[in-house]
Ligand binder design. Structure first.
Ligand code: BV8
Ligand code: ZN
Length: 250
């Protein structure tokens, strides 16, 4: 299905779900999970660092990695893909934005109430008593990163951890419930920049398809979601999304 037909579907939609992954932030300069890690972390893969075990074994290495990512996100800006998603909300009767990303680029692009299935780089909490803690001042870091001891919790003295969902950890219940609810009720789901490999998040587009929604996929590469998609729009999000929104409401 071509972009104009996909735009027609979007233009007639009552409830649109936008489901995003790392690919929508790639053109802002935020590495995806498929991109090899650099500097201090080059000998690790993201999936092994993003675990409670890694933090247990080497908290300074893992905290240093998240502080490096947080600093990078603070230095970059939302791209035309994020901005088109924010614009889309003004055109459709109901829009639910669900993201796997831990950056804040959707919010900085003007999107309200993004459902963060995997948490955020900007919501640290105590690893022991789970009390939220203020984000520390962003430490200077050499480009290749460095080990940083995590701050201590003011209440129990426990180590502070990033407010993200690590592999092997459960997703926040209310976020997962809201996402499943929206996916089962929407009539169009736009999946953007995700490889569809991480569960249970990857179940969301499938739930929408099983519930009768049209799934529109934006990704320069094929993914396991291709077979369930009504349209596979091959290309970068910052090009395809503005074109889709303009075609639907020009
Ligand atoms: C859990 C936060 C259970 C941290 C993240 C079922 C089957 C198999 C395995 C499992 C299963 N169920 C559970 C598992 C285990 C595991 C899992 O899914 N493993 C996979 C890898 C096989 N899941 C879990 O561990 C989950 N927890 O199951 O708990 C449980 C139950 C009870 C009690 C206790 C526990 C937790 C998963 C969440 C992990 N945290 N992030 C952090 O960020 O550091 S996941 C992280 O990786 C991201 O959030 C994201 O979800 C994922 C990366 O995927 P994408 O976003 O899709 O990005 P990716 O890099 O892969 O791909 C980028 C895509 O963009 C590509 O397709 C590329 O072509 C495209 N692209 C590139 N440029 C552009 C573009 N697209 C558009 N425009 C461009 N310019
Ligand atoms: Zn504590």
């Amino acid at each position: 299905m071509a972009l104009n037909d996909a735009a027609k579907l979007l233009g007639q939609a009552r409830h649109v779900v936008v489901f995003t992954g790392a690919g929508i932030s790639a053109e802002s300069g935020v590495p995806t999970f498929r991109d090899a890690l650099t500097g201090l972390w080059s000998r690790f893969d993201a999936q092994s660092l993003a675990t409670p075990q890694a933090f247990q074994e080497d908290p300074e290495l893992v905290w240093g990695w998240y502080e490096w990512r947080r600093r990078l996100v603070q230095q970059v800006r939302p791209n035309h893909g994020h901005l088109a998603v924010a614009r889309l909300a003004a055109h459709v009767p109901q829009l639910t934005l669900i993201t796997q990303n831990v950056d804040d680029l959707h919010e900085r692009a003007g999107s309200e109430a993004a459902v963060h299935l995997h948490g955020s780089l900007f919501a640290p909490r105590c690893a022991t008593c789970s009390r939220p803690t203020p984000s520390p001042a962003t430490p200077e870091q050499p480009a290749e990163g460095r080990r940083i001891p995590p701050p201590r919790c003011a209440h129990c003295g426990g180590p502070v951890r990033p407010g993200v969902v690590w592999f092997g950890e459960q997703l926040p219940e209310e976020a997962l419930f809201a996402a499943a609810q929206a996916a089962s009720q929407c009539d169009v789901l736009l999946t953007v920049g995700t490889s569809g490999l991480v569960y249970p998040a990857a179940e969301i587009p499938r739930l929408a398809a099983r519930s009768g929604a049209a799934v529109l996929q934006v990704n320069p590469e094929p993914t396991p979601l291709d077979p369930i998609a009504t349209a596979n729009l091959r290309g970068p999000a910052a090009e395809i999304l503005p074109a889709l929104v303009s075609a639907a409401w020009s």
